[in-house]
Write a protein that binds this ligand. Structure first.
Ligand code: AMP
Length: 433
């Protein structure tokens, strides 16, 4: 199947051709016909599968077809809500690229900066609005956004929004939307709250699932090195020195950890930069741009900051720390092997992280290949942990894992903190045509 077979408007086909898109990815092949048919959609898929185009293309197609029939004053006709500013910017760039010959305008808004510029843009008129939940709700409650003419709403990365404590904001936003609309809901995982939310939000919907194992196993070459904590920096330096020309994205579980890695690499004369929530938006964008342009070869990121990273030439992802939530592993390695390309993801695993590795392997239904000898091999980490079935909790997670994940109280506090940070520490808007 080609994009032409989908019956898309000519200006969109032209833009896709210029983007070098020849074949729709599996999610696009499944979702675009459903959306062109004006049905609601529940998409279970993560970034890296081509889901932005899966919802962006049909929205642009419909709006393009409608616009000549309607009056020319721009009103918000499509809304995309997404958890992070990086992702919001990324989605805005995609709409701009796919819609460059349609004359449709998109604006991206996120919080943390003065709102005047955003308000000005909204007043001038916009067809497609891409927003993070906090600022969107703020501007809505001040009366700067009208959804009277809204035809489409997309909730993107719903599970991530839930993790970041945005669920109440999302519910409030949805309550303010006109009931007659086409709704699209995307989430990498489907916890109970997300299922309930999708039921509330969607009408008669179709479901499209792109399984994590499809996304990971088929395209990304994976491997794990067993290494003790103190030797992780040395192993990282060793690997980077072997690949001086590759663009490498290194994941750290914590902001503090990310900063420490930058320092350690600097001591070995390897230039890198960290992006995480404590960095200013300007610093994050600067590092990201340098990385995208290939001027900076090594970028250290936390999970939230990395959500919007979309770098065509990214060939290697290193999990310096294994994530304690297995789905995060899938998100991370999805940074490489984008769309139809192939990539490599290497994980460092210390003894304490073995339960995480086991949970990841359970989720992706395959063993992450053990990579051969390296100068910092750790025997304790290498040993298969002996967990008897009786030591497992009912939901299949090991006790160790649960303990390390923190108490419910901590999780709630973290969510609240994330929420505040997202509300307070965000940045300006971008307007794209
Ligand atoms: P996403 O999952 O939306 O973040 O997209 C992942 C990456 O795949 C982005 O770099 C897109 O530009 C790229 N992409 C999306 N659809 C296609 C396609 N049909 N052919 C080639 N690349 C694509």
């Amino acid at each position: 199947m080609t994009f032409k077979d989908l019956g898309l408007a000519e200006p969109i086909l032209k833009a896709l051709q210029e983007e070098g898109y020849i074949k729709p990815t599996p999610i696009q092949e499944k979702a675009i016909p459903i959306l062109l048919n004006r049905k609601d959609l529940l998409g279970v898929a993560q970034t890296g599968t081509g889901k932005t185009a899966a919802f962006g293309i049909p929205i642009l197609h419909h709006l393009y077809e409608q616009i000549s029939l309607r009056d020319t004053r721009r009103k918000v006709r499509a809304l995309v809500v997404t958890p992070t500013r990086e992702l919001a910017i990324q989605i805005g760039e995609s709409f701009t690229a796919y819609g460059k010959y349609t004359g449709l305008i998109n604006t991206v808004i996120f919080g943390g900066v003065k709102q005047q510029k955003q308000v000005r843009e909204l007043k001038r008129g916009v067809d497609i609005l891409i927003a993070t939940p906090g600022r969107l709700l703020d501007l809505m409650s001040q009366g700067f956004i009208s959804f009277r003419d809204l035809d489409f709403v997309v909730l993107d990365e719903a599970d991530q929004m839930l993790d970041m404590g945005f669920i109440h904001d999302i519910k409030k936003i949805i309550a303010k939307l006109p009931p007659k609309r086409q709704s699209l809901f995307f989430s990498a995982t489907m916890p109970k709250t997300i299922v309930e939310l999708s039921r509330k939000m969607l009408g008669d919907f179709e479901r499209v699932t792109i399984k994590p194992e499809q996304a990971t196993a088929e395209k990304v070459e994976q491997g794990v090195y067993f290494v003790s904590k103190p030797n992780k920096p040395k192993l990282l330096i060793h690997l980077l020195q072997q690949k001086p020309n590759d663009s490498v994205l290194v994941f750290s579980r914590t902001k503090h950890g990310a900063n420490k890695i930058v320092k350690k690499l600097a001591q070995a004369a390897i230039r890198s930069a960290a992006i995480h929530g404590n960095k200013s938006q300007a610093a994050r964008q600067k590092a990201l741009s340098a990385f995208k342009e290939g001027k900076l070869k090594v970028l250290i990121a936390t999970d939230i900051a990395a959500r919007g990273i979309d770098v065509d030439s990214l060939s290697l992802v290193i999990n310096y720390d294994l994530p304690n939530v297995s789905e995060t592993y899938v998100h991370r390695i999805g940074r490489t092997g984008r769309a139809n390309a192939s990539g490599i993801a290497i994980s460092f695993c210390m003894a304490e992280e073995r339960p995480y590795l086991r949970d990841i392997e359970k989720l992706i239904k395959q063993q992450v290949p053990r990579l051969g000898e390296h100068p910092y091999m750790d025997e304790a980490a290498e040993r298969e942990p002996s967990i008897r079935p009786s030591q497992k909790s009912r939901n299949g997670q090991s006790r160790n894992h649960k303990k390390r994940s923190g108490s419910g109280g901590n999780r709630n506090r973290n969510r609240q903190r994330n929420r505040n940070r997202n509300r307070n520490n965000n940045d300006s808007s971008t307007r794209n045509k």
